[in-house]
Write a protein that binds this ligand. Structure first.
Ligand code: ADP
Length: 217
């Protein structure tokens, strides 16, 4: 499903996230206050604009309130990054992901309501993008550059089917480690265990296989 993302700040990280999301077929609005930064992104984004991420009026004029996902990738200017995040949360953007420079910055971002705080030295921009695009992924742990564990809501098509019927490992190369249902967690599901629509699956696999699994409805 095509989604709308806005990226504010087009340093290496912002460009990497924008490019990857655009490649995955999503609408991407790329914003920077430095016009020169837009040169390289025009072919790798749906729209691009010069604007100051700390100026509410400029952001509103770009229609930022229509976006469900905004990524603040402003680099060294912590004050601008914090103010921009604050404005976006005040404008009720549902999902604001912010690149943090350090631990103190992280703490402030957490306090003002950033939905996800990213440390790019740990999380490469494109990996983040891949996980952002699935609504059903609740969380993930990166085990290595290639393997992750994800928490994901069960695809509707798997409702009332047993793990044996679904044969997820053979079909996707993904192993279901656990099933969370409300407060209960089944940490060693057997072939006879059935999945239900609201279940949260804890699954491990290669990132490419997990992505295929995320795309199953
Ligand atoms: P990286 O480490 O990802 O390369 P940089 O610090 O180089 O990050 O890039 C940050 C980007 O954010 C720069 O392109 C800069 O022009 C942009 N930027 C800084 N302040 C603002 C702001 N107030 N509004 C929009 N963009 C900004």
């Amino acid at each position: 499903m095509k989604k709308q993302f806005a990226i504010i700040g087009l340093g290496r990280f912002g460009v990497s996230v924008s490019t990857e999301l655009y490649k995955l077929g999503h609408d991407v609005l790329a914003i920077d206050n430095n016009e020169e930064k837009l040169d390289d992104i025009t072919n790798h984004s749906t729209y691009s604009a010069v604007a100051d991420g700390t100026d509410e009026k400029e952001l509103r004029n770009l229609g930022i309130t229509n976006f469900d996902h905004v990524i603040v990738a402003i680099g060294d200017d912590l004050q601008a990054s914090i103010l921009c995040t604050l404005l976006l949360k005040e404008m009720d953007i549902p999902s604001v992901w912010v690149k943090a420079q350090n631990f103190h910055h992280h703490k402030v971002l957490d306090k003002i309501g950033a939905d996800k705080i990213i440390h790019p030295e740990h999380d490469m921009g494109n990996r983040i993008a891949q996980h952002l695009v699935s609504d059903r992924v609740i969380d993930y742990i990166e085990l290595s550059a290639e393997y992750s564990i994800i928490e994901i809501t069960a695809p509707a098509s798997m409702h009332k089917k047993t793990l044996a019927q679904l044969d997820i490992r053979a079909k996707y190369g993904v192993t279901v480690l656990g099933i969370r249902r409300g407060k209960d967690v089944n940490i060693s599901p057997t072939a006879q265990d059935r999945l239900y629509r609201e279940d949260i699956l804890i699954a491990i696999g290669h990132n490419n296989d997990l992505r295929r699994f995320e795309e199953t409805n």
